[in-house]
Each structure stands twice: as C-alpha cells, then as structure tokens.
Ligand binder design. Structure first.
Ligand SMILES: [Zn+2]
Ligand SMILES: [Zn+2]
Length: 372
C-alpha cells in the first residue's frame, strides 16, 4: 500500500510502498484510513525542521489528523466493531516509570520528552491505506460526522486549552461566568489570534462556551475568513486596521486570549493589553528566525498586578478528544455550512506534497478512502 513519506536524512519527500499492517495483539484494531488533514506541523516536517523516522526506517509516514473506519478487531477489543468511525490520538507514552503523566495515561503532559507521536516523532502516521493501533488510543466518532470528522484532532487543541482555562479560573471564588450558565452576568471576552483552522475552530469552541469572541487576524475585511467568523457568531478584527490597544477597547474585558498564529510579534502586543484575572493561552511556537521584541518590565508588571496567567499547551488527552467530538457534533448542527467550509481542498495521496506546501485555503485534506 502507498503512503506519503518524508526522508529526514536524505531530505526528500515521496510516495513510498509499505506492507499492509496486521493485527498482532488482542487489543489492536485495524483501520481503513478515510481522510487525513494537513497542517503547519506537516510543513515543518516536510521542510526537515522537525520530525523523526521510526527506528529501522529512513522515512516517516506523515499524517496525524485522521479519520478512519474500523475493518478488523482483535479478540479482546470491546468498544469497536467493523464499520465504526474513529479518530486516533497522536501521542504515545514514554517508557519511563518516573513519568507520572504517561503512567497516568496522560502522555500529552509527558515529563521526559521521550514520547512518540504518530506522523511526527518516531512512529509512522496515518497518511496511508491501512493502519493498526491499540484500542485505547482510538475515539469513536458518530457516523453523522463522516464529512467533517477529520477536524476533530485540530479542534482538540482548543478543547484542551478550554479545559485548562476553566480549571485555572476556578481560582475566582464567584465563578467563571459564561453566557450559558449566567445569563444576567457579564459575558467574558475572548480574542483568538489567527484565522487558520486552529484559530477558527478555537473561535467556534469559545462562542459555543459562551464567550463574546473576537477573531484577530492580518487579512483585511471583506474576506472569506471574516465572513466565516461572522457566520458562527464571532467578530472579526483586522490587525492592520486595529492595533492591540484598539482591539482591547472594543472587547472591553479581555479575559482570554487564544493564540493560534505562531507566537508572532502581535501575540506579545496582545499580552500587554490582557485584562485583570485573565488567561493567555499560547498554542503556537515562533517561526524560524523571526525576531520578537518584548517589553519585559511591562509584561511582568501586568502579570503580577493583574493576576494574569500565561499558559502554553500542546497535544491532547482523551478528555479533549471526547470534548472535541461532542462539540464538533454541536457545531455541525448549529453551523453546518461554516463547519463544512473549513475544509477548502481535497487531494489524492499521490499529490500529498501540494497541500503540505500550499498555504492557501483553510484546511486541506488528503482523501484516502481506504485505497491502497
Ligand atoms: Zn496538525
Ligand atoms: Zn512520559
């Protein structure tokens, strides 16, 4: 069967041929891959900045945002049967007994950096016809999400952030009011920096969680991403027209910033206008070679005198996958066209390089449909 692969040492990218995987333990499940989403992480791997091949291989099969269908189950598998749709998790635990996170099944918080990630670090990904994985790493997806289930994994980034933000804000004794549970109270204001798939899915999650949500991005209005944001109830502000201070004045109370643009200069400008008792959540990392200047005394002054929290988050646990599946179902019912329009390009496996390097569109996907 064919697979989209990157050779980190030889610095080449090509379609390779793999043997079909077989179930080798009673708790394994065989999946026919249907769709695989492509993102900036794949671009980084294909540019040889990131990504490690599994032991014994010269190449790494790409693909960590996947939707598959169960075709076969080991005798001890209890939760799945052939025909079920699933989204696999990405990270696998490190081997160390001292890693409390991995031993607790929360490898997304791994202490040692010796975890593996499918399609990213030391384990092949999902951009191929058939895949075998352990039942415990698979999440059931309802059939009605067949067309958009590939968005579950990128949505888990926002879901993990929201779970943590809610946990942190338990520090506020009067509660963390959102529109749904406190109709009379003020609505919390959230700014999403970036209008890529992670940003737009994050904005949907924040709107759904009851935040007055603002998407802040470079592209001027009118543009399709601004229309999309408006369609699901978020406000779009162009960073070329409104600086961070002007945006904060519009928001009123900047309680949450969800950074999804790759930790740019603008991200740090927003940090300076963060409100009292607020949480700033970084999901991106700086791009190579881009200098960023920070007014550190002002940053620390606000951080301390306004009880602020700066949070970094990566990967996702089972709770975030479950929340993403649950929320995507609700988003798809509330805003079917908006959710569908996040997927802007579909490519066959043979052309996988194109969406990896082409940055136009929102979410581009490889359609496998089990073809090997
Ligand atoms: Zn991704
Ligand atoms: Zn670990």
């Amino acid at each position: 069967m064919k697979a989209g692969a990157v050779f980190p040492e030889k610095r080449k990218i090509e379609v390779v041929t793999l043997d079909e995987p077989r179930i080798s333990s009673p708790t394994e499940v065989k999946l026919r891959m249907l769709e695989v989403g492509v993102c900036g992480t794949d671009r980084e791997i294909a540019s040889f900045h990131h990504g490690t091949a599994p032991e014994g291989f010269e190449f790494l099969v790409l693909g960590h945002e996947a939707l598959g269908e169960v075709v076969e189950t080991g005798p001890a598998v209890s939760r799945f049967q052939p025909g079920d749709l699933v989204v696999p998790m990405v990270r696998r635990p490190c081997p160390h007994s001292r890693c409390l996170a991995c031993r607790a099944g929360r490898q997304d918080f791994c202490y040692t950096d010796d975890f593996r990630e499918r399609g990213i670090k030391e384990q092949h990904g999902f951009m191929t016809g058939l895949v075998v994985d352990e039942e415990r790493y698979l999440n059931a997806v309802p059939r009605e999400l067949r067309a958009v289930g590939v968005l579950v994994e990128p949505l888990t980034i926002a879901e993990k952030a929201l779970i943590q933000i809610h946990a942190i804000q338990q520090r506020l004794p009067w509660g963390w009011a959102t529109k749904r549970d406190h109709p009379a109270g003020r609505r919390h204001g959230a700014v999403v920096l970036g209008a890529g798939p992670v940003g737009l899915l994050g904005a949907m999650a924040l709107v759904h969680a009851g935040f007055e949500t603002y998407v802040y991005s470079r592209e001027r209005i009118p543009n399709p991403r601004a229309d999309l944001a408006a369609a699901f109830g978020a406000h779009y502000f162009c960073s070329e027209t409104y600086n961070a201070g002007q945006l904060a004045a519009e928001v009123g109370n900047l309680d949450v910033v969800y950074e999804a643009a790759g930790a740019t200069q603008t991200a740090f400008e927003l940090l300076q206008v963060l409100g009292p008792d607020a949480v700033y959540c970084f999901t991106g990392v700086p791009r190579h070679g881009e200098p960023i200047s920070i007014d550190t005394p002002a940053l620390l002054y606000h951080l301390v005198l306004r009880n602020q929290v700066i949070l970094g988050t990566v990967n996702a646990g089972k709770d975030a996958f479950q929340a993403a599946i649950c929320d995507l179902r609700v988003f798809y019912q509330r805003w079917p066209d908006a959710v569908r329009s996040l997927i802007t390009g579909r490519y066959p496996l043979e052309e996988f390089r194109e969406p990896v390097f082409d940055r136009s569109g929102i979410k581009n996907i490889i359609v496998l449909d089990g073809r090997t």
